[in-house]
Design a protein around this ligand. Structure first.
Ligand SMILES: C[S@@+](CC[C@H](N)C(=O)[O-])C[C@H]1O[C@@H](n2cnc3c(N)ncnc32)[C@H](O)[C@@H]1O
Length: 540
């Protein structure tokens, strides 16, 4: 789905940049752009250098900023950075602040993108921290080159300093922001072979993208620091790369009684990220729960976070392609083992006439959340590969034709390497290196430990017990894990999809609901009827 329409309304990249104009104005951009046969100017989003040049030129053209983006470093995607900045502006306006005076930014990176944009757009004074010496040097160079030293201060910190000790105690700040490294330590390095191809060229080095415990642990540390700092910073914010992290952190905040919270979506062409904000100010001063936010879909965090409905028994018929409880157990075992990073121990349950099976699952990583998306992408890849093969053989046929008489120029040949994903709409999305990994490393702290129980349910009337009428009951019980009950809920949803019983369960759910509704109606409607019957009888 193209998410452009959900981009922040004031984001200037809701409209495609005029690449043709940029190519004329900036020869460097022109050299990196591709003009097709119809005269349309495009850029190759799979080429890292093209992304670097595009970002530099847009910063220059749209914001008057001169920057260097060192090779090997993350190329910041501007639509996403603007989405984040504009949301902060919304939050501050909601708070009644019209000037964005002083801010704190964690992790400024090699470009120093947020401080530069904030200083340029709002004249905002900003303190930014960074741990990498090479990034600090390059950030300082960019600040100096734009003559913004009076507004931007770059502070080197050690990797254990997150927020608390990086902020001078005598100053208060309007907000803090952060774009944390997304990946966990072993995630990128061990799984390069298994990564799906990104839409854009991946940019950024490991040190920029990886942090122990991933973004969840990093942001949890910010939250913990913020609890000590209180309203020294009015609004704490962070960007998140994964919905699972948002759900996890919302839960963690709820546990810590932080309830003045807002979250939003940052939608670009094809990618989505999340923004999370919280404050310790009282709601009558600033109510973040009423702040402006963007949702491309109805808010499902509440249902996904609600834990009071668990455990829930899923009752469904044994249907094609399964013939028995054993069949279902067999596929469940295969699916679970295919997901990797899940340890399965069979549990002993007492034998009785009904068939049942139980196991304990210890899950080290959420390998189920994006499994459907991955399957779709792999399928799309296969289809693309087929198309390319067809195009290649067509090209060869044409070449053969040319051998036998007609002269064929290169331009006549189908462009078999053209990239369908390279949508000129995507000014420059965040490099999509964020594909879940499935390495087998076990961490000491599992995401989820749960038990799964499968029971064959028999009809009370023995004669009715045919294969068609047999039902299975699946119950999943949360035991522990830092992913909380949300992770169990997501895992359950994954199994519902795999078992292909969603539609059945929904129908059951809606018929139960309509029965409840009818019952309710009956209760109200016949009240008068009942009284009239009573009246009648009393009249008699
Ligand atoms: C994903 S990059 C984001 C860079 C930049 N903010 C941007 O949006 O393009 C994450 C950055 O966080 C830095 N970093 C990691 N741990 C940090 C810490 N404890 N304090 C400050 N920066 C940190 C990394 O060096 C890296 O530059």
């Amino acid at each position: 789905m193209n998410l452009r329409k959900f981009m922040h309304p004031r984001n200037k990249y809701r409209d495609k940049p005029d690449f043709k104009k940029l190519a004329i104005l900036y020869p460097e951009f022109g050299r990196n752009a591709i003009t097709d046969l119809t005269g349309k100017v495009k850029i190759n989003f799979k080429n890292e250098e093209s992304l670097r040049v595009l970002t530099r030129i847009l910063l220059k053209h749209d914001f008057g900023l001169e920057v260097e983006i060192p090779k090997e470093k993350l190329v910041p995607a501007l639509p996403l950075r603007l989405n984040y900045i504009l949301w902060i502006e919304d939050l501050l306006r909601h708070f009644g602040l019209t000037d964005i005076s002083l801010a704190h930014g964690l992790d400024i990176g090699a470009v120093c993108i947020y401080p530069l944009l904030l200083a340029k757009i709002y004249g905002c004074r900003m303190i930014g921290t960074e741990i990498q010496q090479s990034s600090i040097e390059s950030a300082l160079k960019n600040v100096k080159c734009n003559n913004l030293q009076d507004l931007i201060q770059v502070i080197p910190v050690s990797k254990d300093t997150i927020l608390e000790n990086a902020v001078p105690k005598n100053e208060t700040y309007s907000f803090s922001m952060c774009n944390p490294p997304f990946f966990e330590t072993n995630e990128v390095s061990e799984n390069n072979g298994q990564r799906l191809p990104p839409r854009n060229a991946p940019t950024g080095c490991k040190d920029e993208l990886i942090v122990e415990g991933g973004e969840q642990k990093f942001v949890l540390k910010i939250i913990e620091d913020s609890m000590k700092m209180g309203d020294q910073i009015k609004i704490y914010t962070t960007m998140l790369g994964r919905k699972a992290s948002l759900l996890f952190l919302l839960n963690e905040m709820a546990k810590k009684n932080i309830s003045n919270v807002a979250w939003t979506e940052f939608c670009q062409g094809n990618t989505k990220r999340w923004g999370l904000a919280w404050t310790f100010l009282s709601r009558d001063i600033l109510d973040l729960t009423k702040a402006p936010v963007i949702r491309s879909k109805p808010d499902d965090t509440k249902t996904k976070r609600s834990t009071d409905r668990l455990p829930v028994d899923l009752i469904f018929p044994i249907q094609d392609p399964f013939f028995s409880c054993d069949d279902v157990v067999k596929v469940l075992k295969t699916w679970i083992s295919d997901l990797n990073q899940i340890k399965m121990e069979s549990l002993h349950i007492e034998e009785n006439e009904t068939k049942n099976w139980a196991c304990r699952l210890t899950c080290y990583k959420d390998t189920w959340s994006h499994a459907r998306k991955k399957r779709r992408m792999v399928k799309a890849q296969e289809t693309n590969a087929k198309k390319i093969c067809t195009a290649e053989s067509t090209a060869q046929t044409q070449l053969k034709t040319s051998d036998s008489g007609k002269i064929v120029s290169e331009a006549d040949l189908p462009n078999i390497t053209s990239d369908k994903n390279n949508d000129s709409v995507n000014v420059n999305e965040e490099p999509s290196t964020l594909v879940d990994s499935s390495s087998k490393t076990e961490s000491a702290d599992p995401l989820l430990v749960c038990s799964l129980l499968l029971t064959e349910m028999k009809n009370e009337n023995e004669e009715c017990n045919t294969e068609e009428t047999k039902r299975l009951c699946m119950r999943m019980i949360y035991e522990k894990g830092h992913g909380g009950k949300n992770s169990l809920e997501m895992f359950r949803q994954y199994l519902i999809n795999k078992l292909n019983v969603r539609e059945y369960l929904q129908k059951q759910g809606s018929s139960k609901a309509s029965k409840r509704k009818k019952k309710k109606l009956k209760k109200c409607e016949p009240a008068s009827l009942a009284s009239s019957v009573q009246n009648d009888s009393s009249n008699k």
